[in-house]
Design a protein around this ligand. Structure first.
Ligand code: ZN
Length: 88
C-alpha cells in the first residue's frame, strides 16, 4: 500500500494540532517516529495522506517529519504506525 501527501490541506483545521488528534484517535503515547518507511526522524506534525490507487479517497492522518510532509511522490508507511481518520 502506497500513500501520498494531500496538498492544500492548510485550511483543514482542528481545534488542536493534527498530531494530537492522531494520538487521541490511535491511543499512541509519547512522540511517534515519522510514519514514512525508511525515515529515521521524529514526527513533527500530523500529515494528511490518502491511499494511492484505491477507491478509498478518504483523508487520513499520519505522523510525519517536516521533510516527509513535503514529499510529492508516493511512499510506503511504517507498519508499526497506524493512520487515523482525518475527519474533524
Ligand atoms: Zn520523515
Amino acid at each position: 500500500m502506497l500513500w501520498k501527501n494531500l496538498e492544500g490541506t492548510g485550511d483543514h483545521k482542528a481545534s488542536k494540532a493534527w498530531l494530537d488528534v492522531w494520538k487521541e484517535r490511535t491511543g499512541y503515547t509519547g512522540t511517534p517516529p515519522c510514519g514514512r518507511k525508511g525515515c529515521g526522524n521524529t514526527a513533527t506534525l500530523g500529515g494528511h495522506v490518502k491511499k494511492v490507487g484505491s477507491t478509498d479517497n478518504s483523508w487520513y492522518l499520519l505522523p510525519l517529519c517536516d521533510s516527509c510532509n513535503k514529499l510529492k511522490d508516493p511512499f510506503e508507511k511504517k507498519e508499526s504506525i497506524s493512520v487515523a481518520s482525518a475527519a474533524k
